[in-house]
Design a binder for this molecule. Sequence first.
Ligand code: GLN
Length: 455
Amino acid sequence: MITVKEWRERLESERCYDLILELFERIERSKLNAFITLNKYEALRLAEDYDRGKINGKLAGIPVAVKDNICTKGLRTTCASKMLQNFIPPYDAHVVERLREEGAIIIGKTNMDEFAMGTTTETSYFGVVKNPYDLERVAGGSSGGSGACLHNESVLALGSDTGGSIRCPASFCGVYGLKPTYGLVSRYGLIPYANSLEQIGPMANSIEDLALLLEVIAGKDERDSTNAGINFRFNPESRRYKIGVVKEMNARDDVMEVFNEIVEVLRGEYEVVEVSLSSLKYALPAYYIIAMSEASSNLARYDGVRYGHALERLDSWTKYFSKVRAEGFGEEVKRRIMLGTYALSAGYYGRYYLKALRVRTLVKNDFQRAFKYCDLLISPTMPTPAFKIGEIQDPLTMYKMDVNTVPVNLAGIPALSMPIGFVKGLPVGLQVMGNYFEENKILSFALQLVRSYEI
Ligand code: GLN
């Protein structure tokens, strides 16, 4: 697990070219399946440029892995779907432009659940990502590749989080991941799953690295109409925050033990209170209604005409369209398109979609009430540690794994997952939630935790 600081130290005495080459050798030997496409040629060329002193910027010479739903000009971007298996974007996402401007070396595109729909990366057309702590277990999802690669195959990674997809793999792989406030990071060039919920965010091996990557990707971009135009600068505070433990966010007993130990430690240093957010019991179903509804609309564009999987001409348009989509999408994506279409249909719109929007408002209000009273809220990130590959077959049981992460996306607030311990050798994550644009508070608190308790 390499931090930016360690990588920079190595760059003082070694050539960037050799370090990047070593990284690729490791990736090619790896059993994790964290990457879908490697950017070897360009990465090595950039490393050479770095060695010649031609590259500057905040991330000069630092390897970054990019989730495969973020467009990279000239580099295949598949969303881990057969539908886009040959898609080469003609443009860079805003965050990718920012990485390039700051001298980062994009080493490749990371594996994920198909169109970011999942919690384990098992829905990827390119095969499951394995957990670095136990190859028989999942790395989490949907940004599973970005979580797993941080073990030794990259220094920084970008993920996207619609309902927990950064925080879940961060928790399962024992790394740091942050879902920023909705609107802090431009979504331009992020292939959409559920636009009103998702954000691109940083994943890394330390709080400082997370903050550094967030500084680079956050900020103004007029091409995303929901972008807030706000920059981020990390300015660590030493305040003793008031911390709320969210009563409704639970986990299995063994995970709760690790979590409660941390709560006890915190009590010595901070004011810690219990907070109840009663609307959270409706958050999971509301999230899935909204996410699936938006997905059904977003995925209508894959018709085999403009881009993506295509076929020889068939006699009728309807047949062509159905066949392209039947062949191009996997089972989970189809399930969500069907459920989302149903939820939005004339007779059911009021009963499902509108009701889910009302719940969303209640969740937002509940969080606002809590933040009047506390600086930050905490919970276990996931209800369990990483489970076995294939262990959860039933979609509903899988959806329930997101119970602690989705409320954050409904409200649009920022949240971090950081490693706090282990259960039988598997990492456990702490979720730290803050009010809108209070990433600095979240990261300052996390840094205090890391520094004073060496977790
Ligand atoms: N597991 C959640 C879902 O399937 C979250 C996915 C995500 O954040 N992209 O919708």
